[in-house]
Ligand binder design. Structure first.
Ligand code: PBG
Length: 335
């Protein structure tokens, strides 16, 4: 785009900022409830909602309470929920077999939501970290995270989720080749319309700390995830990953974390024009909440500004723990 700007006073940018009406007319981007995906943590039990200390306002919910969340989301107009299970340590194992158990927490929650609120899009997490004792996203042998063996497990996990009625599968593992393997298996099993949102550019980030508490993987995590998640210093590599995952059959692509990586989002949207999403991760959420609770920032306004920034950068939607709060703020006209 060629910019032509007349010098002041011919141009006075403040003319279009004079009133709320003029600002509304000149506004380039919008934030809507339709842009939100709400990540929800699932635990076992009945009628339970357990707070997560490092994520004020976020809870682990038993399946019946996840259904309540889906009903709340539907009443607010939020189009999708994303499920993350907190798996009982007794069900975690070296081979991660609980990950493709048709009756595991995630699959039970998918079926319960689909039975109660069929119009709600349900997204899943495809990765092995909630199902083992070491907190890695893949199978591990002699300290090495195995790529191809992990993909076999992820394919079984994906099919079980699709079978349970998941609308969107979200592989967050960063193994090479998993999108193609998942897409092939879904087609072969007749799940032709199951969507894959690839965590295509997922960085080895320190912003995931509170999430690992939430799913019970932080105390356990041995080492770091740098052999499979991306180096935060890289940008070209993110474009190559996104291009590869789209070619392998991803319908949507995600950049994660969100706010520190807006340049990656913008580059990806400009280059590929694919449906592009960001994950405003647990650490981003926790920072805003903590500062707000201390009275250091206006939490509501920072929340809304951070989400508008994703839209401005080129996101079609955002996974955010703020989803119900944002939806209420938009409904009540607090924007
Ligand atoms: C792991 C996974 C992680 C998140 C989503 N899926 C953590 C990790 O990679 O260690 C992070 C989400 C967040 O921080 O909110 N499969």
């Amino acid at each position: 785009m060629r910019l032509t700007v007349a010098p002041t006073p011919t141009s006075r940018f403040r003319r279009l900022r004079k009133s709320a009406s003029l600002r509304a007319l000149a506004q380039e981007n919008t934030l809507s409830v339709q842009d939100l995906i709400w990540p929800v943590f699932v635990r076992d039990g009945n009628n339970l909602r357990e707070p997560i200390a490092s994520m004020p306002g976020v809870e682990r919910r038993s399946v019946d309470q996840v259904v309540r969340a889906a009903e709340e989301a539907a009443s607010l107009g939020i189009p999708a929920l994303c499920l993350f299970p907190y798996t009982d340590p007794a069900k975690r194992s070296e081979d991660c077999a609980e990950a493709w158990n048709p009756d595991n927490l995630a699959n039970r929650a998918i079926r319960a939501i689909k039975a109660a609120v069929p119009e709600m899009a349900v997204m899943t997490d495809v990765a092995l970290d909630p199902y083992n004792a070491h907190g890695h996203d893949g199978l591990v042998q002699d300290g090495i995270i195995l790529n191809d063996e992990t993909i076999e497990a992820l394919v079984k996990m994906s099919l079980a989720q699709a079978e349970s009625g998941a609308d969107i599968l979200g592989p967050s593992d960063m193994m090479d080749g998993r999108i193609g393997a998942m897409r092939g298996a879904l087609e072969a099993a007749g799940h032709k319309d199951v969507v894959i949102m690839s965590y295509a550019a997922k960085y080895a980030s320190a912003f995931y700390g509170p999430f690992r508490d939430a799913v019970g993987a932080s105390a356990a995590l041995k080492g770091d995830k740098k052999t499979y998640q991306m180096n935060p210093a890289n940008s070209d590599e993110a474009m190559r990953l996104i291009e590869r995952d789209l070619a392998e059959g991803a319908d949507m692509v995600m950049v994660k974390p969100g706010m520190p990586y807006l340049d990656i989002i913008h580059r990806a949207k400009t280059l590929f024009g694919a449906p592009t999403y960001a994950y405003q991760v647990s650490g981003e959420y926790a920072m805003i909440k903590a500062a707000a609770q201390n009275g250091w920032i206006d939490g509501d306004r920072v929340m809304l500004e951070s989400l508008m920034a994703f839209r401005r950068a080129g996101c079609d939607g955002v996974l955010t723990y703020f989803a119900p709060e944002v939806a209420r703020a938009l409904r009540d006209g607090r924007v």
